[in-house]
Design a protein around this ligand. Structure first.
Ligand code: CP3
Length: 339
C-alpha cells in the first residue's frame, strides 16, 4: 500500500507531499454523476457497493494518495431519531429540529454496527480493494448540533446560539449525547478498517474564539483523546484561521487549514510540532494550469516549516470544477514536492 499519507500524518519524512481533495468523490466527476443519476444521494450512501465504487473513482482518476469514505456527516443523525432528507435545492433537511429538553431527552445514542451497518460494509469492501489508505470521518459535535438545532443549513445560527447562551445546561446535554454518538461511530469505522479519521467542524468559524473554547473545543478534545495513538486524527475547523492556537488545543495530529490564511503564517502560529493539511482556494481550480501550479508551489513552500504537510484544498472541491484542472493540481503537487 502507498503509505505516504500515513507517514506524513505521523510527521515522518516522505518522498513527496501526499495530496487529496475534500469532497473528492462528487458531482464534478462525470463518473459520479452516472452512478448518482440512478439513485438519490442517501440511497448512494446506504448502498455499500455503490458507496465503495464512488469512493474509488477519484483515486483512479486524480491519482490522489488517499481515499475518503463516501458518506455524509449527517448519516449518524438519522438513527439518533431525526428524519433526514437531502433536497436538490435546499441541501440537507432535518425534520422537527431539537429546541427543548424533551427533544434532547428523546435522542438515542447510536450503536453504529446495528444502526448504520452499510458504512462498515462499505469500509470492508474498500480496504480490500484500495492500494491507498482510507480516511473515515465524522462531523464535529458543534457542527452536527447546528444542523440538528437549525433543522438544516443556516445563515446566522440564531437557534443554536440561543440554546448555547440561554440554556447552557440543555446545550451541554445535547453536545454530550452527540459526542457519545460520534465516538461510537468513529470507533466502528476504525474497527472496520479505516486508517485515519477526519473530524469536520465546518461551522466552527461562526463562533468567537472565546465561545469556540467553551462550547465546541471540549467535545472535540474528548473525541481526539479517545483515538489519539490508535489512528491519525485530523481536525478541520473551517474558517478557524483567526483562532488557530485554540484549534491546536484539540490535540489532533493533523490540522486542516482553510485558504484565508497564508499557510506559512499558520505554521508560524502553530509551531513545528503539528502536521498541517491544506490550503488552496478551491476556486483556483477555475484558473489556468500555470496559475494552479503557482498556487501549489506557494503553499508547498509556505508549509516547509511544519512538522509535516498534506496538500489539500482549503474546503471542498466545487461541483463546477473542470476535472482536468483537479488532475493538474495533483500532478503539480507530486512533481514540485518530489525530493
Ligand atoms: O469528501 C468526500 O469526498 C467524502 C464525502 C463527503 C460528503 N459530504 C459527500 C456529499 C463528506 C466528507 C461530506 C461532509 C459534509 N457533509 C460536511 C463537512 C464538510 C464541509 O463541506 O464542510 C458537511 C457540512 C456536510 C453536509 C452536507 N452534505 C451539505 C450541506 C450538503 C448539501 C450541499 C452540497 O454540497 O450539495 C451535502 C450533500 C453532499 N455530501 C453531496 C456529497 C457528494 C452532494 C449530494 C449529491 O450528490 O447531490
Amino acid at each position: 500500500m502507498n503509505d505516504t499519507f500515513l507517514k506524513a500524518c505521523r510527521g515522518e519524512k516522505t518522498d513527496y507531499t501526499p495530496v487529496w481533495l475534500m469532497r473528492q468523490a462528487g458531482r464534478y466527476l462525470p463518473e459520479y454523476q452516472k452512478v448518482r443519476s440512478k439513485v438519490d444521494f442517501l440511497t448512494l450512501c446506504k448502498t455499500p457497493e455503490l458507496a465503495a465504487e464512488v469512493t474509488i473513482q477519484p483515486v483512479d482518476i486524480l491519482k490522489v494518495d488517499v481515499a475518503i469514505l463516501f458518506s455524509d456527516i449527517l448519516v449518524p443523525i438519522e438513527p439518533m431519531g431525526m428524519k433526514l432528507e437531502f433536497s436538490e435545492s435546499k441541501g440537507p433537511i432535518l425534520y422537527d429540529p431539537i429546541r427543548n429538553d424533551i427533544a434532547v431527552s428523546k435522542l438515542r445514542k447510536i450503536k453504529s454496527e446495528e444502526d448504520v451497518p452499510f458504512v462498515m460494509e462499505a469500509i470492508k469492501i474498500l480496504v480490500k480493494k484500495l492500494n491507498v489508505p482510507l480516511i473515515g470521518f465524522s462531523g464535529a459535535p458543534f457542527t452536527l448540533a447546528t444542523y440538528m438545532i437549525e433543522g438544516g443549513s443556516s445563515k446566522n445560527f440564531i437557534n443554536t446560539k440561543k440554546m448555547m447562551f440561554q440554556t447552557p445546561d440543555l446545550y451541554a446535554k445535547l453536545m454530550d449525547k452527540i459526542t457519545d454518538t460520534v465516538i461510537n461511530y468513529l470507533q466502528a469505522q476504525i474497527d472496520a478498517g479505516v486508517h485515519a479519521i477526519q473530524v469536520f467542524d465546518s461551522w466552527a468559524g461562526i463562533l468567537s474564539p472565546y465561545d469556540f473554547e467553551r462550547y465546541a473545543l471540549p467535545y472535540v478534545q474528548r473525541i481526539v483523546s479517545t483515538f489519539k495513538g490508535k489512528v491519525p486524527v485530523i481536525y478541520f475547523a473551517f474558517n478557524g484561521s483567526a483562532m488557530l492556537k485554540k484549534v491546536k488545543q484539540s490535540g489532533a495530529d493533523v490540522l486542516g487549514i482553510d485558504w484565508r490564511i497564508d499557510i506559512s503564517d499558520a505554521v508560524n502560529s502553530l509551531g513545528n510540532d503539528v502536521v498541517v493539511q491544506g490550503n488552496l482556494d478551491p476556486c483556483v481550480l477555475f484558473g489556468t494550469k500555470d496559475l494552479i501550479r503557482e498556487g501549489v508551489s506557494q503553499i508547498l513552500q509556505g508549509a516547509k516549516g511544519a512538522k509535516g504537510h498534506i496538500f489539500n484544498l482549503g474546503h471542498g472541491i466545487l461541483p463546477e470544477t473542470p476535472v482536468e484542472n483537479a488532475i493538474a493540481m495533483v500532478e503539480a503537487v507530486h512533481e514540485l514536492s518530489a525530493k
